[in-house]
Design a protein around this ligand. Structure first.
Ligand code: HEM
Length: 200
């Protein structure tokens, strides 16, 4: 299936862990922890949800070539600036003829990548929202960012901390609200969702 685009026009979701990868379950679903208070979360996942407004008017003023350096990927097809197609791995060490990194050191896709975060990974499944035009005439629109992981302290948290320190995308975003949700696993036949929590 094709990766979808967000309201900034970028292909968004390329770097997600894939269900076919051997460590997918370990990254996304909570493992068994017999006898621990959170035992009931086995097979569930933690969802971090953030309503992130996009400052779309400012973004659209940037030439496409600069928009691409903000992310580190091409806008048209999502390929890394280091070359290839959407599915080619980013070459984070590649330098251009001027000696500068082709994927800039503050590019969003670089600083959020598992390689730069001790392997931290999350499954992102965002939704775009557009709630009309605000009083100052700017769009009240953006991304309902949702990411799933076995442990937010080893997925979302380290990556967000790093983004806070210098993501080239930050000047074009305004974080408005957030929450973390514990989502129990699916129910087997004869069970109901959350049964192990409610009846423990
Ligand atoms: C409105 C806000 C955001 C936008 C528009 C955005 C956009 C993008 C785009 C275009 C990519 C590159 C394509 C891809 O791999 O999916 C990307 C990658 C990524 N983003 Fe974001 N992002 C946003 C917020 C966040 C936040 C809040 C986090 C986590 C704290 C995050 C984590 C990631 C991760 C982990 C990757 C994949 C890096 C990789 O595997 O190489 N993003 N994002």
């Amino acid at each position: 299936p094709m990766t979808t685009r967000n309201l900034m026009g970028q292909i968004d979701g390329t770097g997600n862990p894939k269900a076919s990868e051997e460590d997918f379950d370990r990254r996304v679903f909570v493992p068994a922890s017999p006898g621990k208070p959170q035992e009931w979360m086995e097979g569930g996942s933690y969802a971090v949800v953030r309503r992130i407004r996009m400052l779309l008017d400012d973004w659209e003023k940037l030439p496409v070539e600069r928009q691409e350096r903000v992310i580190g990927r091409r806008k048209a097809d999502g390929a890394p600036l280091s070359g290839g197609t959407e599915t080619t791995e980013m070459d984070l060490d590649k330098a251009g003829p001027d000696g500068r990194l082709v994927i800039p050191d503050n590019a969003h896709a670089r600083i959020s990548s598992p390689e730069e975060n001790g392997g931290a990974a999350m499954l992102r499944r965002p939704f775009s929202y557009h709630d009309g035009i605000t009083e100052d005439g700017t769009p009240d629109a953006g991304l309902l960012f949702i990411c799933w992981q076995a442990d937010p302290f080893r997925g979302f948290v380290p990556v967000q901390r790093k983004l806070d320190r210098g993501d080239a995308l930050s000047p074009f975003l305004r974080h408005e609200a957030s929450g973390v949700f514990a989502v129990p696993g699916g129910a087997a036949e004869g069970e109901y969702v959350g049964q192990r929590l409610l009846e423990s």
